[in-house]
Design a protein around this ligand. Structure first.
Ligand code: FPP
Ligand code: MG
Length: 468
C-alpha cells in the first residue's frame, strides 16, 4: 500500500488516502498495452505515439506511479512550498464561462462554413449544428489555446488564417467557373480583421479559433456517419439525421462537412497541424472498423485474455481520444508552444479522451435513455462489448459465447446486462477512467496557473461526473 495523491482543482498534488499499488486492470495507461506485450506487437497495431503519427515509444509508467512520484517531488523536505496558484483555491471554475463567448462565435462561423447553394444539402449539413451539443472538443481546444498562451514559446514559422471567401456558399450558378485557390491567397500572410472576435481579450489566436471549428466539423461528420452505421433513431434528444433525411443524405452531408473542414484546415497553412488533423480522420475510421469486431480474431466462443482489453483500448484511442489529443496538440503548436508544452497538451487530450469514452461506455449501462438524450443500452443491442462487459468477462467466462455471437440470440442482451451488474465491471471501468483523468491533470501541471488551466482541470472532473 502507498499513499494515493489527491489533486486540487489547480493540479497540485497532496498526499491522500492509501490505494492499491496497481490498478486492477493491469493495463499500461501510457501505451494502452500490457508492458510485456506491447514490444512484441507489430508496429501497425500499436497506439500512436505522443506526436500522434507513429507507434508508441513512450515510457511505460502508470498514472498512479507518476502522480505519486510527482507528489514526492513536490513535497520533498528541502523544497519550498509550491507558489500560490493564480486562481484562488476552492473557487469552482466553469469552463463554459471562460470560453462561452468564443463558443457562440464558433457556432455562428460553423453555420457559415456549411453553407451550400443546394437548399436540402444546406439543411442536412446544418442539422446537427442546430441541436444543443456539448461542444467538448472545441471547448478543449479553446481552453488549451488560452492555457498555453501564457506558457513558454519557441520560434516557429508563423501560421496565419485567411478567411477570404471561405464562408461563401457553394452556389450552383457560379459553379461552372468557381474560384480556385490562387497563389496570392496562399502566400498572403495577412490576418483577416473579419475573423476576430469583438472585444477579444481571450488570448485565442484566429488560427486556434478556426481549429476549434474544424474539430467540431470533423466530430459532427463522424456522428452523421456513425448514426447510419448504428441505425440510430435519436441524437441529442431529437430525431437523428439518418432517420430524418435517410442514409444516403446523412452520409453525403457528413462527407460535405469533412470537405469543408479540409478547406478550413488547409487555410491554416500549417503542414504539421494539417497532418495531425488529417490523421485524426483516418484514425476515426480505423477505430470504427475495429469496433465492427469485439475481439481481434473472429471466433464463435472467444476466451478472455489481456489482449481483449488492449484491443478495446486501442479502438477507443482511435475512435474517441485521437481527435481530442491531436487537436489539443495542434492548439499548442498554433500558439508556438515549446515542444515540452506541445507534448503536455497531447498527453492531456489523450488521457482525457480515453476517460471520456470509458465513461460513455459506462453510462450506456447505468443511465436511462431519457437522461442520455439517446437510447440507453444501445451498445449491447448493437452487438458491442465495451469496457464494463469486457472487465466482467474476465471473471465470467460464460460471456465469451455471447460476445462471439454479438449478443444476437434472444435473451443475450438481458443476460449480459445482468452479469455485468453482478460483476465489478462498472467499478473497474470507473477506476480506469479516473486513472486517465488523474493522468490528464498531471500532464498539464507544467502549465502556468491560470483560469484556463483550472478550466482544463475542471473538465476532467466533469468527465468523471457526467451523466450524459
Ligand atoms: C460515436 O460513437 C462515434 C464516433 C466517436 C466516431 C465514429 C466514426 C466513424 C463513423 C468513422 C467515420 C468518420 C468520419 C470523420 C466521417 P458511439 O456510437 O459509441 O456513440 P453514440 O452513442 O453517441 O452514437
Ligand atoms: Mg452511435
Amino acid at each position: 500500500m502507498r499513499a494515493r495523491p489527491s489533486l486540487t482543482p489547480y493540479g497540485l498534488l497532496r498526499p491522500g488516502p492509501p490505494i492499491r499499488s496497481h490498478p486492477p486492470h493491469l493495463i499500461c495507461s501510457q501505451c494502452l498495452s500490457k508492458s510485456s506485450l506491447h514490444l512484441s506487437l507489430p508496429s501497425a497495431r500499436l497506439p500512436y505515439n505522443s506526436r500522434g503519427y507513429h507507434p508508441s515509444r513512450r515510457k511505460n509508467q502508470s498514472a498512479f506511479g507518476s502522480a505519486v512520484s510527482a507528489a514526492q517531488n513536490l513535497f520533498s523536505k528541502n523544497d519550498p512550498p509550491p507558489p500560490p496558484p493564480r486562481t484562488p483555491p476552492n473557487v469552482s471554475i466553469d469552463p463554459l464561462r471562460i470560453v462561452g463567448k468564443e463558443l457562440k462565435f464558433m457556432k455562428k462561423n460553423i453555420r457559415q462554413l456549411l453553407g451550400s447553394g443546394h437548399p436540402l444539402l444546406d439543411r442536412v449539413a446544418k442539422y446537427y449544428t442546430t441541436s444543443e451539443g456539448k461542444h467538448v472538443r472545441p471547448l478543449l481546444v479553446l481552453l488549451m489555446s488560452q492555457a498555453t498562451a501564457l506558457a513558454p514559446k519557441s520560434p516557429r514559422q508563423v501560421p496565419y488564417v485567411s478567411a477570404s471567401g471561405i464562408n461563401d456558399a457553394i452556389t450552383s450558378p457560379a459553379i461552372l467557373a468557381d474560384t480556385n485557390p490562387d497563389h496570392s491567397v496562399l502566400t498572403s500572410a495577412s490576418r483577416e480583421a473579419s475573423y476576430s472576435l469583438a472585444g477579444d481579450d481571450t488570448n485565442v489566436l484566429p488560427a486556434q479559433r478556426r481549429l476549434a471549428e474544424i474539430t467540431e466539423l470533423i466530430h459532427t461528420a463522424s456522428l452523421l456517419h456513425d448514426d447510419v452505421i448504428d441505425n440510430a433513431v435519436t441524437r441529442r434528444s431529437a430525431v437523428s439525421a439518418n432517420l430524418e433525411f435517410g442514409n444516403k443524405m446523412a452520409v453525403l452531408a457528413g462527407d460535405f462537412l469533412l470537405g469543408r473542414a479540409s478547406v478550413a484546415l488547409a487555410r491554416l497553412r500549417d503542414p504539421e497541424v494539417i497532418e495531425l488533423l488529417s490523421t485524426v480522420i483516418a484514425n476515426l475510421i480505423e477505430g470504427e472498423f475495429m469496433q465492427l469486431k469485439n475481439t481481434e480474431r473472429d471466433e464463435s466462443n472467444p476466451v478472455w485474455t489481456e489482449e481483449t482489453i488492449t484491443y478495446y483500448l486501442q479502438k477507443t484511442y482511435l475512435k474517441s481520444a485521437s481527435l481530442i489529443s491531436k487537436s489539443c496538440r495542434a492548439a499548442a503548436l498554433l500558439g508556438h508552444s515549446t515542444p515540452e508544452i506541445v507534448e503536455a497538451a497531447y498527453s492531456y487530450g489523450r488521457n482525457l479522451g480515453l476517460a471520456f469514452q470509458l465513461v460513455d461506455d459506462m453510462l450506456d449501462y447505468t443511465i436511462s435513455g431519457e437522461e442520455l438524450g439517446k437510447p440507453a443500452g444501445a451498445d449491447l443491442e448493437l452487438g458491442l462489448a465495451t469496457a464494463p462487459l469486457l472487465f466482467a468477462w474476465k471473471s465470467h467466462p460464460e460471456l465469451g459465447a455471447l460476445v462471439g455471437r454479438k449478443f444476437g440470440r434472444e435473451g443475450d442482451v438481458a443476460l449480459a446486462r445482468q452479469i455485468v451488474s453482478q460483476s465489478d465491471g462498472l467499478e473497474q471501468t470507473r477506476a480506469l477512467a479516473q486513472e486517465y483523468t488523474d493522468k490528464a491533470v498531471q500532464s498539464i501541471s507544467i502549465l502556468p496557473d491560470s483560469e484556463a488551466k483550472a478550466g482544463l482541470i475542471e473538465m476532467c472532473a466533469k468527465v468523471t461526473k457526467r451523466r450524459k
